[in-house]
Structure formats: C-alpha cells, structure tokens
Design a protein around this ligand. Structure first.
Ligand SMILES: [Zn+2]
Length: 474
C-alpha cells in the first residue's frame, strides 16, 4: 500500500498542471482506517459540536464565497469526499481539516492573505489533508468509540489546537490527550499536503506562487517571536526548507492568467468590518483609505466605509456610499446585498424587498439575497411567502442552522406552531444542542391534533433519531 502510494505521488508530480489531479485514494478499502461513510457520520456530528463551540460566521456571502472557492479546488480532485467549507470569526491565524471533509478557515488567516491564490493555497493544502485521509488514518481509535464520542473527541482536539478554552472541557482532558499525538500532522503529511495542494491550485488556475508567498509571510511574521506565536504553525510546522520546497515546486508550473479578484477583495473587506469591535476606528480607517485612493477598483475602501457606517447605525450615510458603488458597478451582487442589508437594518423594508426582488431576477437563488429577502418578507408580515422561499432554499443549504431559525420565526408568524417547533428542533440539532432539539419536538407533538397521524409519525421518527444520537453520548 505504501509503495503504491509513493508511486502514485511521484507520478502525480509529472502530470501537466492543467489536467485534473488524480488523487490517490488510499485507505478506503483498508480495514485499519475509517470507511468514508463512517468518517462522514463522524464529520456531521463533529460539525454540530463545532457550531456549538466556535464563532462560525453564518453571513451568507461569506458562506457562499468560501464554498465556491473550495469547490473550485475540489472539482479538480477525484475524491469521493463531499467537502464543506466555513469561516470562523477568530483573529488567530489558523485553518484546519476536520473529519468528513469539513474545512475551517479563521478570519485572521483570511485577512493575512493578500491575494486570492494565497488563500486558495491554504484551502488546497487542507483539502489535500482530507483526500490523503491523514485525519482518518490518525483516527483508527475513533472506530472503537461511538460516532458522537469520536466526533466530540476530534472537536475537542481541534478546539484545543485553536487555543480555545472550550476544548479544554470534560472529554478533552482525558481522552484527547492520548489521541492528540495521533493527529499531530507529521512533517511527511505536511509535505504531501503541500505537493498535492499545489497541484490542485495549478489545475484550478490559481497561481501556485500563492503558496510560497503566503508561507514566506507567515515565516517572517513568526520570526523573532516564540515559535508558537502563530496557531497555524503549531499544527502545520513551517521550516525554511518547506518554504523553499514550495517555491521550487511552484516554479515548475506556468503562471496562469491573472483573474478577477473582486469577490475575494470584497469578502476580505467584509470580514475586516465583521471582526472589528471599534466602529469609530474602522470608519476612520476606511475613510482615510478612500480619501487617499478614491478611484481604486474594486473600491474596497468605499465598500468597507459603507459597511462600517452601517454597523455604527449611520444608515443614511452608508446608503449614500453604496449608491456611488452601485452606480459604478450595478451588476456586482455584493453591492446589492449591502444596500438591501442597510435598508433592512434601517427599517426600510419596502426598499429592501425591491432591491432583493430586482437582484434575484439577475442572480436567481443567490444565497445572501434569498436569505435577506425571506427575512424581510417575514418582518413585513408576508411570512407565508417568506417561509415558502425558505423551504425551497433549505433544500440547497440543508445544513445551515440560520435558515431553520428564520423558518421557525416565519412559521410562528403563520400560526403554524408545529412546523415552527420542528424548524427550531432542526436548528438546535445542527447547533449540537440535541436535548433542546428533542424538547422542541415534544412541543411540536403536543401542538398537533390527535387525528393527524402522518405528522405524528414524522415527528416521532425524527425525535427517535435525535434521541438515539443523544443516547450514544451517555
Ligand atoms: Zn497541514
């Protein structure tokens, strides 16, 4: 097995960069590793643990962006794994790959990148950890424990590596310490992930130079400090030879044509605003940048300025700035989303609805616009329409807790209490609060008429599923 793997890897290096990358599928058939199906079940439970413990960013624009970036990379891997990408509101520079293809990027890392290919290089590296099943291989032990326990262990370890106190609780201390050694990514794993990650970058038409450039920045930043200064480097040890290895490798690939980075730059700006706590400071920062470079394209300074003004409740001024941006580039969906958001926050629901309706004609099913549109409809007393929209949208985003929370509000307004509590149960379930999920289904059961046997059966079935998972925790 090892030999075959090595051969595949070396073959891989000779592949022309434009071809799809054949990622060696290792371990899946081997008994000592988790099967993909098992890993996926752990992955789902793992994600619920994380949602309950980490400040994951549910902003639909951020969600869509990181998903699209990740998918652009994964379409070039022949992996059977379904990946999920998310951003965490944490200033520590870090990224990690959890079980079941769950890849988390801290906003701190995102904001440290200066080019989309740099960000893509980190995501590609994490994807390679997953396709090479580094985590699954390390988790033979997980096979012996129940799925929720395994998921909790992995979550605890990742939380601990994030420097989070939350990971320090209960399970983490006893079980995790023995398992910790197993998942510490070895240098060999890092090399492998760099190599395959770079091949993914190249085949997805990102600049492979993004990887050495970003590594070099991290390396420089880390210098002069404790080696543990950057979280990411604790789990992904960075040596000078690793930097030069990636630099040499990148040189073997042709430089792709430069591509439009507008979306990346706008999302990065949005994250800057989202993660800032000082309105006055962030407003002043963007205002200053705008004054120094008023014609910059894309105008991230003006966009950041508008978002910061809105965050501080200065809606009229914010809308003025958005007006300028929309006039310049009406087809930029981010601008329409920002304008609709500001209108909503200012209580001008009619305007928010108009912007959403007009924009959804151009960008059908757009995630952020759809969420905002249904939110506004519910607020405006058109909860029936809003809920219908959400039911449809949930089919596209089945694991987005925020959609269920919104749906619960909509159905509550519709006086459809059963559906409202069912939606709330799914929200709690996805947030890792299984007790509350079961409780909501109890309330849902009480709200239905005894004659409605199909609803009763449906709710009871779902409740049994949740209770079963809950039982596995004990
Ligand atoms: Zn790594």
């Amino acid at each position: 097995m090892r030999y075959r793997f090595a051969v595949l890897l070396s073959l891989l290096l000779w592949l022309p960069p434009t071809q799809a990358v054949e990622l060696p599928d290792i371990g899946d058939s081997s008994e000592s590793y988790l099967s993909l199906a098992e890993e996926n079940r752990i992955g789902e439970a793992f994600m619920r643990n994380l949602r309950g413990a980490l400040p994951i960013i549910y902003d639909p624009e951020v969600e869509s962006y990181i998903t699209a970036l990740g998918e652009r990379l994964t379409t070039h891997s022949n992996s059977q794994q379904h990946f999920k990408f998310f951003v965490i509101n944490d200033s520590a520079i870090n990224a990690f790959a959890g079980p079941g293809g769950h890849i988390g990027i801290n906003s701190g890392l995102f904001m440290t990148t200066e080019d989309e290919s740099e960000l893509a290089s980190v995501v590609a590296h994490e994807i390679a950890h997953v396709t090479q099943r580094h985590l699954a291989r390390a988790f033979e032990a997980a096979k012996k424990s129940s799925i929720p326990t395994a998921a909790a262990i992995i979550a605890a370890i990742i939380l601990a590596s994030q420097g989070s106190d939350l990971g320090g609780a209960a399970i983490a201390t006893t079980l995790a310490s023995s398992t910790q050694k197993r998942i510490n990514f070895t240098r060999q794993n890092e090399k492998e992930a760099d190599r395959l990650g770079m091949a993914l970058l190249a085949s997805s038409h990102f600049d492979p130079q993004g990887m050495p450039t970003f590594f070099k920045r991290l390396y420089r930043r880390n210098k002069g400090y404790d080696n543990q200064n950057i979280e990411y480097l604790r789990t992904h040890p960075l040596t000078l030879s690793r930097v030069s290895d990636t630099r040499n490798r990148a040189a073997q690939y042709p430089t792709p044509d430069s591509h439009d980075q507008t979306n990346y730059l706008l999302i990065k700006t949005k994250l800057q605003v989202l993660s800032s706590h000082d309105y006055t400071e962030i407003i002043a920062y963007f205002k200053d940048r705008l004054e120094k470079n008023p014609a910059q394209q894309p105008n991230t300074a003006r966009y950041g300025y508008a978002l910061s003004l809105a965050k501080a409740g200065k809606f009229q001024l914010a809308m003025q700035q958005m007006g300028v941006l929309i006039k310049e580039k009406p087809e930029q969906a981010n601008y329409q989303v920002a304008a609709a958001n500001i209108a909503y926050a200012a209580g001008d629901f009619a305007r928010a609805v108009t912007i959403c309706e007009e924009s959804l004609k151009i960008f059908p099913h757009h995630h952020a616009l759809t969420v905002l549109y249904s939110m506004t409809l519910i607020k405006q007393g058109e909860a029936k329409k809003g809920s219908a929209l959400l039911y449809e949208h949930i089919r596209r985003y089945p694991s987005s807790p925020q959609l269920y929370k919104l749906l619960a509000q909509g159905e509550h307004q519709n006086n459809n209490l059963t559906a409202s509590h069912e939606a709330l149960a799914e929200y709690y379930y996805l947030m890792g609060q299984l007790h509350s999920g079961v409780e909501q289904l109890d309330i849902a059961l009480k709200s239905i008429q005894a004659s409605d046997s199909s609803a009763q059966a449906r709710i009871k079935y779902r409740q049994e599923q949740m209770e079963k998972e809950l039982g596995e925790f004990k």
